[in-house]
Design a protein around this ligand. Structure first.
Ligand SMILES: Nc1ncnc2c1ncn2[C@@H]1O[C@H](COP(=O)(O)OP(=O)(O)OP(=O)(O)O)[C@@H](O)[C@H]1O
Ligand SMILES: [Mg+2]
Length: 470
């Protein structure tokens, strides 16, 4: 689980790290520079003091320094000090014979040079002073070198670096702490929001208060409010559906009960009993039809649609078979039921059982609501990338203002004299939408009757079956 706080801390502190490293590098450079500057100068002062004692006697360079002064020169509690005086002709005068010579090709008299070298296995810093002997009997230059090991310098460098870096490190740590606490405090409005949500009842789908949320979180709260509004709508729809369904179930059940009671009461009169039993039969038929329709609807609810297995299938044999199944019902009503299919690949991605259900509902309506002697035609044809499945009749038609409403659940047009529960077209529309198909309702040929068409996307027979979509 990602923590916003940790993420922010990471994002804010990561750029500080290179800065800190840069600070360390700068501190290192500065410390070295200033430590060398200070100690080099004191070396140079020692060289000058030594130079003061240089004399030329009879063309020879000599250093007239009492032993105590030499001891003073060499004394240092931290470092080893080395010196050497070289005469005008390069001859050794006094000091340490092996002290490395300065790497200067053409020295200028009166100048001094700093350099580092290795002496006796130790790193040393050295100054070489070129003392002009002009005007003396020796002429040329004497070289006065004074060197020392680097302990003092290194200690000073370490001290300077620590002095500079430690406060920086401390600042970064304090900044991290402040960011950590600041972010925590900044996120408290989210706690308030969580409180708002957790303290609610599961029935309360009223929108969350936007004013409680920080501006950055408002889009999320808006999206949640939007989701809750949709949820509320769906819940209300479902509640209405359950209420309608139980009402629809209750009526035929009450009818069954009454008729059974009549049959029992009128046992002596066979005519009455027969009449009641006929009613019971009709009510049972209605009830069983209603239950079938309800179960179909439940099966194609979007929530259940995840289990739909769509496969590539040819609508031609399917539609032909379903239409054939309705021939007896059509004959009983002297309706001319026909099937026309254009050759061509009429393959779609679908669920065979549901598509049969869809077409059955359309043919059922066409036969049921068309007057005896009428005609009903089922047609199947390809159009560009689509397959069109239509059922057309020459019955009374559906008034234009009711063409949208007939798709609603339990909506029926009164006065048709036919039984039904008002779910057929709702089922048709649901099945179509599970197949990404559209349903259109218009008047039939010559403005008479109804033409219901379902438009599917054509699918090449070789295409693999796609997962169900809701
Ligand atoms: N082909 C049609 N011609 C005339 N009216 C139709 C036709 N198809 C549907 N209708 C009208 O639309 C209404 C809704 O149809 P739908 O199929 O949804 O319900 P139903 O037929 O009443 O019940 P169910 O199909 O669930 O048994 C019907 O009651 C009917 O009035
Ligand atoms: Mg119907």
């Amino acid at each position: 689980m990602t923590s916003l706080r940790r993420k922010l801390l990471f994002r804010l502190l990561t750029p500080l790290l290179p800065l800190l490293l840069l600070g360390v590098a700068a501190a290192f450079y500065m410390a070295n520079h200033f430590a060398n500057l200070a100690f080099d100068r004191s070396l140079f002062r020692a060289a000058l003091a030594l130079a003061d004692q240089v004399e030329v006697v009879g063309g020879q360079v000599v250093v007239d320094l009492p032993q105590a002064a030499f001891d003073m020169l060499e004394y240092d509690k931290d470092d080893w000090i080395y010196y050497r005086v070289t005469g005008a002709n390069g001859e050794f005068v006094t000091g340490y014979t092996e002290l490395p010579a300065p790497p200067v090709a053409k020295p200028i008299p009166g100048q001094h040079y700093y350099y580092t070298a290795n002496y006796d296995g130790k790193d040393i810093s050295v100054v070489a002073f070129y003392l002009s002997l002009k005007g003396t009997s020796a002429n040329g230059v004497a070289i006065i070198q004074v060197g020392e090991t680097t302990s003092k310098r290194q200690r000073m460098v370490t001290e300077i670096i620590l002095g500079m870096v430690l406060p920086q490190l401390l600042m970064v740590m304090i900044a991290a702490l402040m960011v950590w606490r600041g972010v925590g405090r900044g996120l408290t409005p989210l706690d308030a929001l969580r409180e708002q949500i957790t303290s609610r009842s599961h029935r309360d789908l009223a929108p969350l208060n936007l004013n409680d949320a920080p501006r950055e979180v408002q889009p999320m709260v808006e999206a949640m409010n939007d989701l809750m509004a949709r949820l509320e709508q769906v819940l209300a729809q479902q509640q209405r559906f359950v209420a309608d369904a139980s009402h629809q179930l209750r009526t035929p059940l009450a009818g069954l009960k009454t008729q059974a009671e009549i049959a029992l009461r009128e046992q002596q009169d066979p005519e009455q009993v027969k009449h009641a039993l006929q009613h019971i039969l009709a009510s049972s038929d209605n009830l069983s039809h209603l239950i079938t329709q309800l179960l179909t609807l439940a099966r194609i609810e979007p929530e259940a649609a995840d289990t739909l297995q769509l496969s590539v299938l040819d609508l031609d044999p399917l539609a032909r078979e379903v239409t054939g199944g309705w021939v007896p019902a059509a004959l009983a009503k002297q309706i001319d039921l026909g099937f026309e299919s254009e050759t061509g690949p009429n393959t779609v991605l679908g669920d065979g059982v549901l598509l049969r259900e869809l077409l059955s509902n359309l043919i059922d309506n066409a036969i049921r609501y068309t007057q005896a002697g009428g005609s009903v035609t089922v047609t199947l044809r390809s159009e560009m990338q689509e397959v069109l499945l239509c059922v057309e009749d020459n019955g009374p038609g559906i008034p234009e203002e009711k063409r949208e409403r007939v798709f609603e659940r339990f909506y029926r047009i009164l006065g048709t004299g036919e039984e039904g529960c008002g779910l057929g077209l709702a089922i048709v529309r649901e099945i179509a939408s599970r197949h990404q198909a559209t349903v259109t309702l218009e008047a039939g040929a010559e403005g008479r009757g109804v033409r219901m068409c379902v438009r599917f996307a054509r699918c090449a027979a070789s295409e693999p079956a796609a997962p169900a979509v809701d």
